[in-house]
Ligand binder design. Structure first.
Ligand SMILES: Nc1ncnc2c1ncn2[C@@H]1O[C@H](COP(=O)(O)OP(=O)(O)OP(=O)(O)O)[C@@H](O)[C@H]1O
Ligand SMILES: [Mg+2]
Length: 238
């Protein structure tokens, strides 16, 4: 595929715009976004409620179609991409959204195995082994057989992270992954994300309101009224 074209960028957005509604209820939510994330880079996105962060994340996650502007994710142009192309890109992205999205009727292990099921050419036992490995990596090796309702908020969030990483994504998108967690657990979860992402060399884009985790980022980006503000900060410059 077209992966080599932007070998060093996992996300490239140029003049990306998005609006909800039509006619008199039409509302422009993203205004000409210019934005790149390099592979292996950890970028935090902050900004007031309603400014468009989740909208941007769902566009990058190929969960919505691009209306205007250019968006290339993992080397694949998403503008005018059909469902099939969007689906192919989605398979290579790990997504952690609020509310965990775990399947309640599946155990922790089975939920994580759903992530591993996206890897081609593996037998059931291999996929199960991967699921166990990741649950151990997030500190849940003792909770394989538990269902989501028997896990705490932080544990559920870890299962969601393990599931995202079990698919060996090249890009990880997380929407307020620490919102439901207390300070210490939130910190642990983010440290874990960073460590695991570094080991796998994937880019991370994380929306957060949590000031306690800002220092894990290589770069902070602020959004206001659908625009990305200039003056992003690199860790080394602070
Ligand atoms: N499906 C939708 N249809 C219509 N309007 C929407 C839709 N989703 C979001 N919006 C509106 O678009 C704007 C941006 O929403 P978005 O969810 O991207 O904001 P956000 O920055 O993620 O906010 P928060 O920090 O509260 O999660 C908001 O005004 C919201 O009401
Ligand atoms: Mg949001």
């Amino acid at each position: 595929m077209a992966d080599h074209r932007s070998a060093h960028s996992v996300i490239v957005a140029r003049g990306l715009c998005h609006a909800y509604g039509r006619g008199s209820t039409r509302r422009q939510v993203l205004q000409s976004i210019e934005f790149t994330v390099a592979s292996g880079e950890i970028v935090l996105l902050t900004g007031p409620s309603g400014c468009g962060k989740t909208t941007l994340l769902t566009l990058i996650g190929a969960l919505r179609s691009v209306q205007q502007g250019e968006l290339e994710v993992l080397g694949v142009p998403l503008q005018s991409a059909d469902r099939e192309r969007r689906r192919r890109v989605r398979r290579r992205i790990g997504m952690i959204f609020q509310g965990h999205n775990l399947l309640r009727c599946l155990t922790a292990e089975q939920n994580v195995q759903m992530g591993a099921d996206l890897l081609p050419g593996l037998a059931y036992r291999q996929r199960r082994a991967i699921a166990r490995q990741w649950l151990q990596a997030v500190g849940l090796g003792e909770h394989l057989r538990q269902f989501p309702h028997d896990l705490s908020g932080g544990q559920k969030q870890r299962v969601a992270i393990a599931r995202a990483l079990a698919a060996r994504p090249r890009l990880l998108l997380a929407d307020e992954p620490t919102a439901a967690l207390d300070g210490r657990t939130g910190r642990e979860v983010v440290e874990l994300l960073r460590q695991l992402a570094r080991e796998q060399g994937c880019g991370v884009l994380m929306v957060t309101h949590d000031p306690r985790i800002l220092d894990v980022a290589d770069r902070l980006v602020t959004m206001e009224d659908g625009r990305l503000l200039a003056g992003t900060l690199r860790q080394s410059e602070r």
